[in-house]
Design a protein around this ligand. Structure first.
Ligand code: ZN
Length: 475
């Protein structure tokens, strides 16, 4: 099993200066090597370049002088044994020349430089797998460096980083017995330096999946904005909206920082303060998400989540133009607030955490397509758009009445069990009439969802049903 433990370092000011210097050197090296690999890659797609071997210098292309390599242009493409080197190996073989030409790179531990190149290699491998093209790193995006296994020493609450020295750290938790330290990453955050230690125990399998026959309980989860999670057992988990809660303070700090004299130490301090607030929001959200994930893993053996297309949800609205080419309002300005709320929920991260905790505890976690889950009646299977009226769900066919989110989570749970081929009796359901506690519904701003005991004000629905003691009976 591989785990990652994070500790805060108690570094001395001189060590901090060393580490910041390393970061800026490593960043330029990363960007330099990325440029090299991009040029090598572009040259392979040679037809695009036409008559040039290099777009920047516009040097003419000649088959005799232009040695095109798909990996890198630096270093010898062949090993001593005559085998071909890959991109990482080519650039790595060039490191000694780098240290000769720029002697200040000697201060960085050699394995850290190699790890830096490996990071670039991973970025390219990801790109060839169909993910995004590697990007140049800005100062804000390049915040960490790492040591390969067996380089760093650990002794109680002290850590030895080669070429930096011993330093203490806050030992917030002990590394469990049987686990050994692997790759170690040092990261600079707004409130100090952190070290993330990857620990591994080969005797414990990464995940212990349960047999389908052993499954006793299952739960469906519906993700939302007002309620972060609605569970099929009737439980609602509120969305704390950390970003929104601190947004006023953030605006003030942003404004203060922007008004400081450019390049002054006052401005630096103001931006550091702003960054600490951002860090606080991230920390609060992470904490809440881990707690939610552990809560879910403790509830049931099977966790069914919905497969959301978050990127699609926060996409920009298409531009509208009239016949003269004038741009009309397309609703983007009002959607921006919604996008902000969606980002604040951070569903993707939450799902990742649920999946990892589920794997740790041996729960099965699966995604289902959320199509029609909010419109379908979980009692009779009737699908109609009008079934759902804001926070209330009322089936036009059988009169089933429930909280809309919980009803959707029931559908998600049923879908998940169908996929696994398990009977629906295992699904944790709401036992009594669903009347969520008012403090659990809606956001903290006092926005309370409509109580289900009151007859709906929707005339269209009233004409179809008679209401007896808060229950709907079809006419
Ligand atoms: Zn129904």
């Amino acid at each position: 099993m591989i785990l990652a433990y994070k500790y805060k370092l108690k570094s001395t000011p001189s060590q901090e200066i060393t580490m910041s210097n390393w970061l800026s050197m490593l960043r330029s090296h990363y960007n330099f090597c990325l440029r090299d690999r991009i040029e090598a890659y572009e040259q392979v797609k040679s037809p695009k370049l036409g008559n040039y071997s290099d777009l920047k210098t516009k040097a003419p292309c000649c088959p005799l002088t232009c040695s095109i390599s798909p990996q890198s242009q630096l270093g010898n493409p062949f090993k001593k044994s005559g085998k071909k080197r890959n991109g990482y190996e080519m650039q790595s073989s060039e490191l000694r020349f780098l240290k000769k030409a720029r002697p200040w790179y000697k201060k960085i531990h050699s394995t850290v430089l190699q790890q830096n190149l490996r990071r670039l290699e991973t970025a390219f491998l990801n790109f060839f797998d169909g993910r995004g093209y590697p990007k140049f790193k800005t100062r804000q995006k390049f915040k960490s460096f790492s040591y390969p296994p067996n380089q760093v020493k650990l002794k109680e609450n002290k850590i030895y980083l080669p070429s930096i020295g011993w330093m203490k750290f806050f030992e917030s938790r002990k590394i469990p017995d049987g686990f050994e330290a692997k790759t170690i990453t040092v990261r600079s955050l707004s409130d100090g330096w952190y070290v993330s230690i990857r620990i591994e125990n080969k005797d414990i399998p990464q995940s212990k999946p349960k047999d389908l026959g052993q499954v006793k309980t299952a739960i469906g989860c519906d993700l939302g904005i007002n309620k972060l999670l609605a569970l099929s057992n009737g439980e609602l988990r509120e969305n704390p909206q950390f970003e929104k809660r601190l947004s006023k303070r953030k605006t003030i700090r942003q404004r203060r920082a922007s008004r400081k004299k450019r390049g002054s130490s006052n401005q630096k301090r103001a931006y550091a303060k702003l960054a600490r607030l951002d860090q606080k929001i991230v920390n609060q959200r992470e904490d809440h998400q881990w707690k939610t994930a552990h809560h879910l893993a403790g509830l049931a053996d099977v966790i069914v989540l919905e497969n959301l297309n978050i990127q699609g949800m926060i996409k920009k609205c298409r531009a509208k133009q009239d016949e003269n080419g004038k741009f009309l309002k397309n609703g983007q300005s009002s959607k921006r607030a919604l996008n902000r709320l969606i980002r604040d929920c951070s569903w993707g991260n939450l799902k990742l955490k649920i999946q990892s905790v589920a794997a740790k505890f041996g729960c099965i976690c699966l995604d289902v397509n959320p199509k029609f889950t909010s419109q379908k009646c979980s009692h009779c299977g009737h699908i109609q758009k009008e079934n759902r009226n804001k926070e209330r769900f009322l089936c036009f066919n059988c009169g089933f009445l429930a909280d809309a989110d919980i009803q959707a989570s029931l559908n998600i749970g049923i879908k998940g069990l169908e996929t696994l081929g398990i009977g629906q009796s295992k699904l944790l359901r709401v036992t009594e009439e669903v009347t969520p506690k008012p403090e659990m519904t809606g956001s903290r701003n006092g926005e309370i969802s409509v109580s289900l005991e009151v007859e709906p004000g929707n005339l269209q629905q009233l004409s179809l049903f008679e209401w007896v003691n808060g229950e709907a009976i079809p006419c």
